[in-house]
Design a protein around this ligand. Structure first.
Ligand SMILES: *Cc1c(COP(=O)(O)O)cnc(C)c1O
Length: 428
């Protein structure tokens, strides 16, 4: 039935490692092969075999307006005609920067980069330069892209030595990364005390979105702010997912905690490759060519097409009522899923905030990576295929969120909930 996707995948595997340009796309977690995509329209996705899906991946977050929004497409068409890249400043970069500064509470100045990975790497380098310290504290289950400093797991002695999480990462780098449990503010205090005057940055997803959806407990983000202030540590919110998704001002606005630096990605590029890091003026004024000249540069940074797509999307997100609408769409999905679970006598956890949510195949509250570790992966995998068979396109992993967009209609939600009910019945 999926002959063309099967053939396309086989062909791709000859010349691209694993046949994909980002590993999660290979469906390794769920088995089987990916669908090759032909096009997307609004909330719907069409594969090269002509099958149609309601899309809850939305390019892993960026497409909060859905696919090929007419305003984004027409802005891009106009920008394309003027040339695709200049390696010289353009006004659209300033326009997008102004809108980011106006929207995100902690950001006085912002530097554009090409990917979330670049944003987090650059923010950490800046924090290290600014503080003159080397260590970084991060949290189990958070993802900050594939920079060396982040591909580190807690070692046997979590508060002293990290362990590389991939071949190719020197132990010397791992030694500088501390990893503690998400939502465990006592572990943060302890690590900060034991590494006093050595930690440059605490980096956190203010709502974790790379172990499903995990919300910060009351006081967790405020606790991080307090420890950072007491110890002279730069607090970095990685809002690559939450930025413009849990509200126009991101998680920092929603939870009322202001970090020193913020990383943005995904939505900020409107579906094109763009990301950004920004924050306090006195820190950002040390990015090259200013102040301490902390190095960071990019041939295609601030690319006019990416800036145009990001700007057009952000303008639409700035219109009144947009986030109330997203909240309604997202809540009707989560509430309907909860209702299905009740009808089926199941007790799975559903975590949701704004336009991000996750149903975990485990009972009880999910507040950290250890709890996420109790999920029934085998059952999730069968559920994933049962949903795909019914035309609902989910991320091929239990550790990802559902990302409803503003293009999702009541009809989409109804169809999704019907598929959800039947798929759950099928796998139990
Ligand atoms: C996706 C993601 C990144 C990395 O962004 P890329 O553009 O894939 O490099 C960083 N942090 C978080 C929280 C993300 O979800």
């Amino acid at each position: 039935m999926e002959t063309s996707s099967v053939a396309a995948f086989a062909q791709a595997q000859q010349v691209i490692p694993g046949g994909v340009n980002s590993p999660a796309r290979a469906y390794g977690a769920v088995g089987g092969g990916p669908r090759f995509i032909d096009r997307g329209v609004g909330s719907h996705l069409y594969d090269i075999d002509g099958r149609e899906y309601i899309d809850y991946v939305c390019s892993w977050g960026p497409l909060i307006l859905g696919h090929a929004h007419p305003r984004v497409v027409s802005a891009l068409q106009e920008a394309c005609g003027k040339g695709t890249s200049f390696g010289a400043p353009t006004q659209v970069e300033t326009e997008l920067a102004e809108l980011i500064v106006a929207s995100v509470p902690s950001i006085d100045m912002v530097r554009m980069v090409n990917s979330g990975t670049e944003a987090t790497m650059s923010a950490v380098r800046l924090a290290r330069g600014f503080t003159g310290r080397d260590k970084v504290l991060k949290f189990e289950g958070c993802w900050h892209g594939h920079g060396d400093s982040f591909l580190i797991r807690a070692g046997s002695s979590a508060l002293t030595l990290g362990a590389p999480d991939s071949p190719g990462i020197p132990q010397g780098v791992a030694d500088l990364t501390l990893t503690v449990a998400y939502n465990d503010i006592e572990a943060v205090r302890k690590a900060a005390k034991e590494n006093s005057a050595e930690i440059a940055a605490i980096i956190v997803e203010p709502v974790a979105g790379n172990m499903g959806t995990v919300l910060p407990h009351d006081g967790f983000l405020a606790g991080l702010r307090q420890v950072a202030d007491e110890e002279g540590i730069v607090l970095i919110f990685d809002e690559v997912i939450t930025g413009f998704r849990v509200g126009l001002g991101g998680a920092q606005e929603r939870f009322g905690i202001t970090p020193d630096l913020t990383c943005l990605g995904k939505i900020v590029g409107g579906g094109l490759p763009a990301a950004a890091y920004g924050g306090r003026r006195d820190i950002m004024e040390n990015v090259s060519p200013l102040g301490m000249k902390v190095s960071q540069a990019g041939t295609l940074s601030g690319n006019p097409l990416a800036m145009t797509a990001g700007l057009e999307q952000l303008k639409m997100l700035s219109e009144p009522g947009v986030y109330d609408r997203l909240e309604r769409i997202s809540a009707s999905l989560a509430d309907g899923m909860a209702e299905n679970l009740r009808k089926l006598g199941l007790d799975y956890a559903i975590n949701r905030v704004g336009g991000m949510l996750c149903m975990f195949f485990t009972d009880g509250a999910v507040g950290d990576f250890a709890a996420v570790g109790t999920v029934d992966l085998e059952r999730f995998n069968r559920y994933f295929w049962a949903m795909l068979d019914r035309g609902v396109y989910l991320a091929p992993s239990q550790y990802e969120c559902m990302f409803p967009s503003l293009a999702h209609t009541d009809l989409d939600i109804d169809e999704t909930l019907r598929a959800h009910f039947e798929a759950l019945k099928e796998v139990h």
